[in-house]
Design a protein around this ligand. Sequence first.
Ligand code: APR
Length: 307
Amino acid sequence: MPFFIVQGDITEMQVDAIVNAANNSLLGGGGVDGCIHRAAGPELLKECASLNGCDTGDAKITGAYRLPCKHVIHTVGPIWRDGKHGEENLLTSCYERSLQLAVDNNCSSVAFPLISAGVYGYPKDQALRVASETIVGFLKDHELEIYLVIYNKSDFIPDRQRFEELGLLLDSEMASAALARAPIQQLDEALNHLDESFSQMLLRKIDEKGLTDVACYKKANLDRKLFSRIRSDAAYHPSKPTVAALILSLELTLDEAKEMLAKAGFALSRSNAFDVIIEYFITKRIYDVYEVNKALFCYDQRLLGSK
Ligand code: APR
């Protein structure tokens, strides 16, 4: 199942479980901890008080009371010192323990804040990297819908160098090369020799790449239902983000990508930020959908993947 980065207030997320960036006492505090307790009501504090605290890197689960979710998973992130006191391992453990608790409690969706990236001072770009890597790693062996909720866009500091490069590309005006094709002379001739369809090209490429269907849709951040629909219904028209996600999953060249997009009725335009971002990553041969989603999130574009 997919992993999405969204901007918003985690207390409003309608998922099975939200994760709280708590402290060892579990008795509330500021930041997201304060928001969650305020929104949940006093019963949450009462239940937390019965848990006898929580170790850093560990997680405990409670009810959600007045929140629009079923559970709150309280985890305690490391306080950043200098990166040489096991901070990364402890932060990774927060995500892993919280995800395991979500699975153990039959949750199908979970939302995280950027743990330790506030009061606890973890450098935001590193906090984002640890969160993404741990979540993506967990999704290799589990089916779960996971959201990383960014409260303030300024908290979202990804790999700056890459995004500056991308920013330059987005600002520059470049003409797009039109897909030049020979004009159609005979309509019936053309209709009798239709090109390969989108789904036929998709299946051919999956075979050529030696991928399984599962590997293909997981790499594309798509869920199984959508993929099987694309695979089985030749008349199904996927969205552009879905086609882009499959292009990255298949690691196509730019020409192959343009061909696959055209078969689904789309083209890459230099006047469209989404298209420029997709073309940039394909040109750089960076096919990690989660990396691309960070750039799309940064520029307020639709993310790749499906719910
Ligand atoms: N929804 C989503 N994210 C939020 C929200 C919210 N309503 N409020 C804050 N955040 C974000 C912050 O912007 C930050 O990126 O959560 C991230 C974590 O920040 P903190 O809440 O400060 O948590 P942390 O850095 O882990 O420090 C934990 O702070 O609140 C106290 O009791 C808590 O002592 C503990 C410490």
